[in-house]
Design a protein around this ligand. Structure first.
Ligand code: AKG
Ligand code: FE2
Length: 324
């Protein structure tokens, strides 16, 4: 696993965080501009690791930053029970880390239909959550490439942990195509490559229609055939032709075999390469006591894969357009 221990940078990182506005949601553009300035001053070891990851990715498809300066648990507010966060909620350390580190990588992006178009998402368990939702807990959240069906699919999903689940049971699983590819026979790769397959979309993008069906097309593999990008969603991808169904099953098994489990603990920040991986989360048991698992999530676009056409800003909110 690709881990960067950031504990030695604590003081420097807190100093960078203190340069950011205290109420991030009041003027998110201004806040992320300040974060961009700070991103240029990241400690060299961390900055270099991020730049390398951004340029080349990694074999396991993620970068794990450990030991970031999170608040003591007693100094954190209660884990949220609703979304989006109030506009006047003061900045928390892990949100500051997502701002500065995210700005080193690219542009924070909100998705209009998702969480009211907010850029920062609290990820916390919620009773009775839809089974495809990040608010699930007692059930497995199945493998998904984040918004693989969206023309403006983010390059990175960043998850920062303020609280772990009580039993520290929840694991975030990452399945990397770089690890899985050698397990996939040549003819199966050829079948999956550059072949659009029907794909459903997450509830937020269904336009209030209960089940609009497979309104998008997703290519499971695309890009460079020897080092392809991946689009894989166990719940939403819906191949119809028998040879496609079979090929996706082979891909699915290979991803299971290579997947790595990461247990996020306070002060961890996981950068997931969303163009080369699929991710999942294993079940855990909330206690509904204000101290349940709490992650902060942002999506980052880069100039890879036509995500940007020029003039975009960090903090922009984009409209849904399904891949065809
Ligand atoms: O809770 C996790 O570890 C990951 C949840 C997830 O897939 C997400 O928030 O995108
Ligand atoms: Fe996710």
């Amino acid at each position: 696993m690709t881990v960067v221990d950031c504990s030695e940078y604590s003081a420097d990182l807190l100093a960078l965080a203190s340069r950011l506005p205290r109420i991030p949601r009041q003027d998110l553009y201004g806040f992320l501009d300040a974060a961009h300035e700070a991103a240029g001053d990241l400690p060299e070891g961390l900055g270099t690791a991020l730049d390398r990851f951004n340029a080349d990715g990694s074999h396991d498809g993620y970068l794990m930053l450990r030991g970031l300066p999170v608040e003591d648990d007693d100094d954190l507010p209660a884990t949220p029970t609703s979304t989006p966060a109030p506009v006047d909620r003061p900045l928390q350390n892990m949100e500051a880390m997502l701002a500065v580190i995210g700005r080193r990588l690219g542009l924070h992006t909100g998705y209009r239909e998702l969480r009211s178009g907010t850029v920062y998402h609290d990820v916390y368990p919620s009773p009775g959550a839809h089974h495809l939702s990040s608010e699930t807990s007692e059930t497995l959240l199945e493998f998904h490439t984040e918004m693989a069906y969206h023309v403006l699919q983010p390059n990175y999903v960043m998850l920062a942990c303020s609280r772990a689940d009580h039993e520290r049971k929840a694991a975030t699983l990452v399945g990397s195509i770089r690890k899985a590819l050698p397990l996939i026979p040549e003819e199966v790769r050829a079948r999956l490559f550059d072949r659009p397959m029907p794909c459903c979309v997450d509830v937020a993008f269904r336009g209030g229609v209960e089940n609009p069906g497979a309104i998008a097309n997703v290519k499971p593999l695309y890009g460079d055939p020897r080092d392809p990008f991946l689009g894989y969603d166990r719940e939403l991808l819906a191949p119809r032709e028998p040879d496609d169904v079979e090929a996706v099953a082979v891909l699915s098994k290979a991803l299971d075999e290579v997947s790595e489990a990461v247990r996020l603990t306070p002060g961890d920040l996981l950068v997931v390469d969303n163009f080369r991986t699929t991710h999942a989360r294993t079940p855990f048991s909330p206690r509904w006591d204000g101290k349940d698992r709490w992650l902060h999530r942002v999506y980052i676009r880069t100039d890879r894969n036509d995500q940007l056409s020029g003039g975009e800003r960090a903090g922009d909110v984009v409209d849904f357009s399904p891949r065809r």
